[in-house]
Write a protein that binds this ligand. Structure first.
Ligand code: FAD
Length: 406
């Protein structure tokens, strides 16, 4: 008899990707252990949710709890261009919320526990392999090392990209959007738009990769983020407060106006190198979901909804792999589905950064408007046969061709 505990699925990390994957695996009758290093609730960035994320939350039966927690409704996103001259509004078609991630992630974790996901607070330190196949993990908890066996080890460790660091998944490759540093903090006393738009996400940009977010995360608290290129940060700023000050001064006067009577709550923080992709991200007895294999650019708030969608979709692949004892076909299908949706989102974001004003016009184009709004709502994985993704792809290929020639 084995001395180790054994589960169908062991998940590293209980962010949105890990919790959703755990819940879906339990729905399919699989045994699940989730190992999380941090004590919850814990701070996390990523506070504005897409309509697709809202739908997943309602499907979990959490809408009343979200409202009771005081998470504001998100009517849409207001994108304000350089010197406030260009502006467009992206409505949200499916109701959704802005969240304080510490409370939101804790809510998802409680839901996973209700479904029978077992939890262990601990730091996963290594994988266990047998004849080349990943068959478990080694984690540290209560000052001791423990082993656990799995049929599938799921990396949902977010930006820690655990399996990549262990050399199981591929290396982190830099994405187009990678040369940015985000600095952020929470504030009270921020001047908001008038209802019903007072809880919109506001995006302000000046030029490529110089932008800011304002997200109301509770009735009285707003999140402010300033994102600027790395070289500018290192030249002009010594710390996150300097970067926030630089953004207020240089990105848009609208930020200063809204924050003139605001007071910071807690520390400000900075984050760098958050955009990357990892290939391969599936293999014999393991796969990666959410930020553990890819993160694009936070501008359109895709992170949490993609993490949750991948958690759900990966559970299908895991069930098929275990039932059919086939470690290739279902995992490759998950990989291709993920790459397809992520590519469409990456194209949309690149198109915005190359042609920001024209992007605003496309929002008004009656032929494309509906598709663009849905893509911005997170439908990048469910848009087969749509026109807009091909138009954006062609425009980017044309731009890249010209750059190469020029
Ligand atoms: P995470 O939420 O990061 O969860 C990973 C978990 O794994 C953590 O709890 C961690 O403690 C745990 N873990 C890590 N390593 C180990 C280990 N070895 N052992 C045990 N546990 C471990 N997304 C949005 O939807 N909206 C936004 O407005 C938004 N804004 C963003 C702004 C910035 C600047 C950035 C960088 C990202 C933003 N995102 C946003 C993206 C969002 O934060 C992530 O995409 C999302 O949190 C990914 O979820 P996840 O479950 O994959 O990973």
């Amino acid at each position: 008899m084995s001395a180790f505990k054994s589960y169908d699925v062991v998940i590293i990390g209980s962010g949105p990707a890990g919790s959703l994957c755990g819940i879906e695996c339990r729905k399919k009758g699989l045994s699940v252990l989730c190992i999380e290093k941090d004590e919850f609730p814990r701070f996390h960035i990523g506070e504005s949710l897409t309509g697709n994320a809202g739908q997943i939350i309602r499907d979990l039966g959490l809408a009343d709890e979200m409202n009771a927690a005081g998470f504001p409704d998100k009517p849409g996103v207001n994108v304000i261009g350089s010197l406030s001259k260009n502006e467009f509004f992206i409505p949200i078609l499916a109701p959704t919320w802005q969240v304080r991630r510490s409370d939101f992630d804790n809510m998802l974790k409680r839901k996973a526990l209700e479904y029978g996901v077992e939890y262990q607070q601990g730091l996963v330190k290594d994988v266990i392999k047998h004849e080349g196949k990943v068959v478990g993990a080694i984690y540290k908890a209560d000052g001791m090392e423990h082993q656990v066996r799995s049929k599938v080890l799921v990396d949902a460790s977010g930006q820690n990209t655990f399996l990549s660091r262990k050399g199981i998944a591929g290396k982190r490759e830099i994405e187009f959007f990678s040369q940015q540093i985000a600095s952020f903090a929470h504030y009270t006393g921020v001047e908001r738009d008038l209802p019903p738009f007072s809880t919109n996400t506001t995006i302000l940009y000046s030029k490529q990769y110089h932008w800011s977010w304002i997200i109301p995360i509770s009735p009285d608290t707003d999140s402010l983020g300033i994102v600027i290129p790395k070289d500018l940060y290192y030249k002009e700023c010594k710390n996150p407060d300097d970067a926030i000050e630089w953004g207020m001064e240089n990105i848009s006067p609208e930020i200063r106006r809204r924050f003139q009577n605001a007071e910071r709550v807690g520390e400000s923080q900075s984050m760098a190198d958050f955009s990357y992709r990892i290939e391969p991200f599936v293999g014999d007895g393991w796969l990666c979901i959410g930020d553990a294999h890819r993160f694009l650019d936070p501008i359109f708030s895709y992170g949490v909804s993609f993490a949750m969608k991948e958690g759900i979709r990966a559970a299908d692949a895991i069930k098929q792999a275990i039932d059919g004892n086939d470690w290739k076909t279902p995992f490759y299908a998950y990989r291709d589905w993920s790459n397809g949706g992520q590519q469409i989102a990456a194209d949309l974001i690149r198109y915005f950064w190359i042609y920001p004003i024209f992007f605003g016009y496309q929002m008004q184009n009656p032929d494309l408007r509906d598709e663009v709004i849905r893509l911005l709502g997170g439908c990048c994985f469910d848009c087969e046969g749509w026109k807009a993704p091909t138009i954006f792809r062609n425009a980017i290929e044309e731009y890249d061709r010209k750059q190469m020639v020029g």
